[in-house]
Design a protein around this ligand. Structure first.
Ligand SMILES: Cc1cc2nc3c(=O)[nH]c(=O)nc-3n(C[C@H](O)[C@H](O)[C@H](O)COP(=O)(O)O)c2cc1C
Length: 188
């Protein structure tokens, strides 16, 4: 399947990119095509209008590009840090541009923090935000505390528990993506 990995930090020295690199490799190792929507690469404007509110073909080019990528995705995997107990603004901004591209699809959730709480407060807010754009979320998720200790700069880890939680999330993602792809294919 094709998975859109969505990350939302633009901070200098950002740490969550380590978890993103790790997840890219885990998805590829399970045979999936993966593309990462990183706000440092796709510089979406602050939301003024959703993509659907532009005349076809007239949205800013980054908005069109990400919209096309999202439309081609069978599943999403969101990677959120926690900023003031909430979702980083660049991540919320990415989501706000789209809606149709998410309809009847599934999202997995990974969260992280520098401290011990793994970003779980932001993750639960993200779950709600994603429900607002029509995504269903997997029951199991991946919370990573002390992300700078769990992953090195290349996104490698020796933590077997993290590897095992990741496999659980990806199994859920595959199951729901398969079921929902079939349902959409049947016109449901
Ligand atoms: C604006 C801001 C707010 C933060 N708020 C929280 C918070 O509420 N909870 C938390 O555990 N860490 C918080 N942190 C620390 C982050 O967990 C840490 O900086 C992490 O590396 C951010 O992800 P990033 O490096 O990918 O940007 C905050 C950091 C910033 C910059």
């Amino acid at each position: 399947m094709t998975v859109a990995l969505v990350y939302g930090s633009v901070r200098d020295g950002r740490l969550g990119i380590r978890l993103v690199r790790y997840l890219e490799r885990k998805l590829a190792a399970r045979g999936h095509e993966v593309f990462t929507v990183d706000p440092n690469i796709f510089q979406l404007p602050l939301i003024e209008r959703r993509m659907m509110d532009y005349e076809v073909g007239t949205a800013p080019s980054a908005v069109e590009q990400v919209g096309d990528l999202f439309a081609s995705a069978d599943a999403f995997l969101f990677v959120t840090g926690e900023y003031n107990y909430s979702v980083p603004p660049a991540l919320s901004n990415i989501v706000a541009h789209y809606i149709e591209q998410f309809h009847h699809k599934v999202a997995g959730l990974a969260s992280y923090s520098y401290g011990p709480f793994a970003g779980v407060r932001a993750m639960e807010q993200l779950r709600s935000l994603l429900a607002g754009v029509g995504l269903v979320t997997t029951p199991r998720s991946l919370p990573v505390p002390a992300v700078h200790e769990v992953f090195d700069e290349n996104g490698d880890t020796t933590r077997e528990d993290v590897d095992s939680w990741t496999n659980d999330v990806l199994s859920d993602l595959e199951w729901y993506a398969g079921a929902l792809t079939n349902a959409r294919g049947n016109g449901q």
